[in-house]
Design a protein around this ligand. Structure first.
Ligand code: O7M
Length: 211
C-alpha cells in the first residue's frame, strides 16, 4: 500500500505552511510544483523542510540534457529529495536528471502516463509503455502513472517491475483510492486535502491507504 504524497498546489507561503503543518503527521512526502514556487519562490522549500518530510520537485523537467542538469542541480541544492521529469525529450535528457539525483543522493521519477483526459492524445498507450521502459533503462527510481486508469497502472507495473509508481488523480480527478492503493507506491493527493475544510482530517482519511 502506498505512501501519501501531498500535492501542495496552493498559491501563498502562508497557506502552504498552514496546510503542510496540519497534514504533516499523515504524510510521507510533499510535492511542490510551479503553482507554489512561482507564487512563493523556490526558497519555500526551506520552511517546508522543517516538517521533516521529504520534498519532491514537480517541474516535469523537459529540456536538453545540459539544461535539465542545471535545473536538477538547483532543485537538489534547494533541499528537495526528488525531481520529476518528462521522458518525451529522450533518454539523454532523463539521464541528466537521474545523474543529478544520484549525485545528490536523491531520486528521479519520469512521467510515463498522465491522469487527465487529454493524456489519451499523446501520453498514454504505447508511448507511455515506451517511456516507462526508458525510465527503467535510464536508471530512474520510478514513474508517474494515472490513478484515473488502474488498468494502465497494471500494464505499466509489468514493464517497470519493482521500480516505484507515484500516482496522481484520486479524489478531485475521480480516481478511487481503494482501487489504486494496492497497485502503487505513492498516492499523490492535492485538492482533496488542501481545499478541505479540515486538511488534517482529509489527510488522515487518505493515510488509511498507506503501508
Ligand atoms: O489531487 P489533484 O488533482 O488536486 O492534484 C494532482 C496533482 O498531481 C497536481 O499537482 C498535478 O499537477 C499532478 N499530476 C496530475 O494530476 N496528473 C498527472 O498525470 C501528473 C501529475 C504529476 O504529479 O506529475 C508529476
Amino acid at each position: 500500500m502506498p505512501d501519501l504524497i501531498l500535492a501542495l498546489d496552493v498559491l501563498s507561503r502562508e497557506e502552504a505552511l498552514s496546510v503542510a503543518e496540519a497534514a504533516a503527521p499523515h504524510l510521507d512526502a510533499i510535492k511542490i510544483g510551479y503553482p507554489l514556487v512561482l507564487a512563493a519562490g523556490l526558497d519555500i522549500a526551506a520552511p517546508l523542510s522543517e516538517f521533516g518530510i521529504p520534498l519532491i520537485a514537480d517541474f516535469k523537467v523537459a529540456d536538453i540534457p545540459n539544461t535539465n542538469s542545471l535545473i536538477a542541480q538547483q532543485v537538489f541544492a534547494a533541499g528537495f529529495f526528488a525531481i520529476i521529469c518528462q521522458g518525451f525529450c529522450g533518454s539523454d535528457s532523463v539521464a541528466a536528471c537521474v545523474e543529478a539525483a544520484d549525485d545528490a543522493g536523491g531520486e528521479c521519477y519520469v512521467v510515463a502516463e498522465m491522469s487527465h483526459p487529454g493524456a489519451l492524445e499523446f501520453l498514454s498507450g504505447k508511448n507511455a509503455e515506451l517511456l516507462a521502459q526508458m525510465a527503467v533503462d535510464a536508471g530512474a527510481h520510478g514513474i508517474i502513472a494515472p490513478a484515473t486508469r488502474p488498468e494502465r497502472v497494471q500494464t505499466l507495473r509489468a514493464i517497470i517491475g519493482d521500480k516505484k509508481i507515484l500516482s496522481p488523480g484520486v479524489g478531485a480527478q475521480g480516481g478511487d483510492p481503494e482501487t489504486i492503493a494496492p497497485l502503487i507506491d505513492g498516492m499523490i493527493v492535492g485538492r482533496s486535502i488542501y481545499t478541505a475544510e479540515d486538511p488534517a482530517e482529509a489527510a488522515r482519511t487518505y493515510a488509511r491507504f498507506r503501508r
